[in-house]
Design a protein around this ligand. Structure first.
Ligand code: 3PG
Length: 202
């Protein structure tokens, strides 16, 4: 799959912070059942790599790694067969390694310079991060004007209430967010939140 195909699967990519790998598989099952098949497991916990492996066992799940900030982490998640990579920002070193590998890559951008660095690497699809505090939809509209070929997945501070206005902007293919897996939520609650998120128009 290419990154644009992954971004087209569902309007929302859940951003997951998994503390206990034993919860990963049921969580992925609930999300997939609710209609969210693309799952971003962030490398912010010791359980993340094992969580990627567990989630990949769930039929229909497309499991990527998020918060990948250096090439060591990139190598680690490749060993777990992560299907795509998300990073909060873009360095040449990490960008060249990931682009060279051919793995779908969604690097974080917040400025014109970030996007230009991505275009230099041959990329056209970007995370806009942190979306709300980088100026929100108004900022993305201003950035997307000169970079008319770029497509975005805004992430950071997006809620079920604000997601529709982001998704209504053409260059936005999907949004990322952690709201579908609130701390302490039951799997039935996660499934219901996923279903609402999967039903958002774009
Ligand atoms: C992240 O990488 O933490 C994402 O931006 C999630 O942001 P959110 O918790 O505001 O949805």
């Amino acid at each position: 799959m290419k990154i644009e195909d992954i971004m087209a699967v569902a309007p929302v990519i859940p951003v997951l912070v998994i503390e206990d790998a034993a919860t990963a598989r049921p969580l992925a099952e609930a999300l997939v059942k609710g209609g969210l098949r693309v799952l971003e497991v962030t490398l912010r916990t010791a359980a993340a790599i094992e969580a990627i492996r567990e989630m990949k066992k769930v039929p229909g799940a497309i499991v990527g790694a998020g918060t990948v900030v250096n090439t060591d982490q990139f190598e680690q998640v490749m060993q777990a067969d992560a299907e795509f990579i998300v990073s909060p920002g873009l360095t040449e070193r990490l960008g060249e390694a990931i682009v060279g590998s051919g793995v779908p890559f969604l690097p974080g951008t917040a400025t014109a310079g970030d996007i230009m660095r991505g275009l230099d690497l041959g990329l056209r699809h970007f995370k806009f991060f942190p979306a709300e505090t980088s100026g929100g939809l108004k900022a993305l509209k201003a950035l997307a004007a000169p970079f008319y070929e770029a497509r975005f997945c805004p992430t950071g501070g997006i809620t079920p209430a604000t997601a529709p206005e982001w998704l209504a902007f053409d260059p936005v293919l999907c949004v990322g967010g952690s709201w579908v897996t609130p701390k302490g939520a039951s799997m039935a609650e996660v499934e219901a939140l996923a279903r609402d998120a999967a039903g958002l128009a774009r």
